[in-house]
Ligand binder design. Structure first.
Ligand code: ADP
Ligand code: UDP
Length: 236
């Protein structure tokens, strides 16, 4: 497979990891992700991954039920560590080495994240799974993945999710919404599109990191995006 990119930051939605179950980890979905990821590493792409935690806990939802927001966000960040461990285990099972990094030190669950360690992992052919978000409350894993993508000097941030791109409105709520093949960072903001939070979009804009939003739940799509097939939406 020829690819346009040497190093990518792949953001996986925690919620998608729940598959049809709606909550927790669906092992079929997890294994399907591991399979797709191992295929692209075999083709020579360096891969860093940030995975969300929404299938387990979200700080904002917790706060609406009376949780302290900061504690809720810390629970959400720990949820991303759980998902990252699950993904590293699934990658190991298909013969793809992976290392989990954590935003805060919790050795030996993972290794404390540093840009250089993560890059060294990728250069060795390991997948670097960077967990724990930014390590701070009031952020999201979209922002965490923008930050890590910029830090590890990824060529692109791929946001793998359950919709096949960015639409004029949330396609899960508005069946008349139409898809963009590409859109500027500014237009995402001025149109108020909710597919990614604005902090993440702003960080990518300021540091020139392009984003592709695509449907990760269709097997083979990850390789298709990397080979330059125009699926998904490019944000530039
Ligand atoms: N304009 C839009 N275009 C595409 N998806 C949108 C838009 N607005 C909201 N969404 C929602 O964003 C979700 C994708 O974001 P993601 O971060 O992967 O989800 P989650 O936060 O549930 O894990 C989609 O499931 C979709 O419902
Ligand atoms: O830098 C970060 C990243 C995540 N979170 C918390 O972790 C939860 C799970 O992440 P997210 O909602 O981004 O996951 P996803 O939507 O991708 O499943 C969030 O709701 C936040 O509570 C946080 O506090 N700081």
């Amino acid at each position: 497979m020829r690819t346009k990119y040497n190093r990518i930051l792949l953001k996986l939605s925690g919620e998608s990891l729940a598959g049809g179950k709606g909550h927790g980890i669906d092992t079929e979905r997890l294994n399907a992700y591991a399979q797709q990821i191992s295929e692209i590493v075999a083709s020579g792409v360096q891969v860093a991954i940030v995975i969300g935690g929404g299938n387990i806990f979200r700080g904002l939802q917790g706060a609406s039920k009376g949780f302290d927001r900061v504690k809720g966000d810390q629970m959400g960040m720990l949820a991303t560590v759980i998902n990252s461990l699950a993904l590293s285990s699934a990658l190991g099972a298909v013969g793809q080495p992976a290392k989990v990094y954590t935003a805060i030190n919790m050795f030996p669950i993972g290794e404390h994240y540093s840009k250089w360690r993560a890059i060294e992992s990728m250069e060795r052919g390991e997948v670097a799974i960077i967990s724990g978000g930014t390590g701070n409350p009031f952020f999201t894993t979209d922002t965490g993945s923008a930050l890590r993508g910029i830090e590890v000097e990824a060529d692109v941030m791929l946001k793998g999710t359950r919709v096949d791109g960015i639409y004029t409105a949330d396609p899960e709520k508005d069946p008349t919404a139409t898809k963009f093949s590409e859109i500027t960072y500014d237009e995402v903001y001025t149109r108020g599109l909710k597919v990614m939070d604005l902090t993440a979009t702003a960080l990518c804009k300021e540091n020139g990191l392009p984003i592709i939003v695509f449907d990760m739940d269709t097997p083979g799509n990850l390789a298709r995006v990397l080979s330059g097939e125009p699926i998904g939406t490019l944000v530039y």
